[in-house]
Design a protein around this ligand. Sequence first.
Ligand code: IPE
Ligand code: IPE
Ligand code: MG
Length: 244
Amino acid sequence: MKAASAPEAQRLPRHIAIIMDGNRRWARARLLPRVLGHHAGMRAVRAVVTAANDIGIPYLTLYSFSSENWRRDPHEVSDIMGLLRRFIREDLAQMHAKNVRLRFIGGRDRVSPDILKMLDDARSMTEANTGLNLTIAFNYGGQDEIVDAVRAIAAEAKSGALDPASITRDTISQFLHTAGVPDPDLVIRTSGEQRLSNFLIWQSAYAEFVFTETLWPEFDKRALQDAIDEFTQRERRYGAGDAA
Ligand code: IPE
Ligand code: IPE
Ligand code: MG
């Protein structure tokens, strides 16, 4: 990794979060079955994890399955679950060797016990790693995440462990699944759609957004670098007016 004092390194986003969209359209355009679109999407995940690691991005979060994606055809859902199992089985050792620290955010409801175990094992195996912090949002929904946080905060307040008047934005952040991970600086969505689809809705309050027409299976190191370059041109103001 470059020294922190290199001028361009200062402007790299610390945390990039990606809504990986367009797998099925990629498959459809090639007259391929949907599952091959998701499979090609998994190859893009590998490429982008490697690229983020090489570029020196400290935090990368990937939206792989939303809490709303259960509404899809059960065959497709089962194909996606199969690919997640495969990803952990085939890639975990290599990610661990590259010092990647893996986290998962999202609900545990509806997820099969064998997958939950794989996710827990992957998390604990890589917990002490100090390289890229990779978070996979799986069975994730931002609104559900906030509901979980409110319930936990309310329970602490009820038990007397927490004074409601002491609740701040930081308190809420600490109760989210992303506790300990900085808010995203850059949110990328592929495939031309321009919405959050329930992704990191609290955490993205001041993120910069880059929307690209590229379908996720075609997203690669070049595309990631282009999005980072666009980010570095942006002026972040946080409500404070012109930087000048
Ligand atoms: C993203 O691609 C992957 C998941 C949401 C699981 P899609 O499956 O949404 O593909 P499109 O957007 O329909 O092309
Ligand atoms: C968002 O994509 C979820 C993921 C990329 C995992 P969708 O394709 O499910 O979102 P909508 O339905 O177009 O909003
Ligand atoms: Mg989609």
